[in-house]
Write a new protein. Structure first.
Length: 118
């Protein structure tokens, strides 16, 4: 009866070594250190390849937000920003002094969102 059980029972874990495992695997001794090292190296290379694939896929979809947080970049940008206090009143006076043709030429129409620096 034990013979039938050992022949008919499928192996649930083919990678694990147990009492129902074959002593010879691919004509190599399964217990040799070279085989074990080679198997571990192949597993490690496969894991590294999978991680590289994940990192490459993610890098295509990432946005570096640190460039938006850098104050020197924001100060040198040409995006509109808010003025406070005296600076605001000075700009308003300069705009009032401009010719109407210049004011019309400087009008900007936005179809996208406008972000303001505070």
């Amino acid at each position: 009866m034990g013979l039938c059980l050992s022949c008919l029972r499928g192996s649930s874990d083919e990678d694990d070594v147990n009492e129902s495992s074959s002593l010879l695997r691919n004509h190599h001794n399964i217990y040799s250190s070279d085989y074990i090292q080679e198997a571990e190296l192949l597993k490690q290379q496969q894991r590294q390849q999978e991680l590289n694939t994940i990192v490459n896929d993610l890098s295509d979809n990432l946005i570096d937000v640190s460039t938006f947080l850098n104050t020197s970049t924001a100060a040198n940008s040409h995006y509109p920003h808010l003025y406070a206090g005296d600076e605001k009143s000075r700009v308003e006076k300069e705009v009032e002094a401009l010719n109407d043709n210049i004011k019309d030429a400087c009008k900007i129409n936005f179809t996208e969102s406008l972000f303001l620096r505070l």
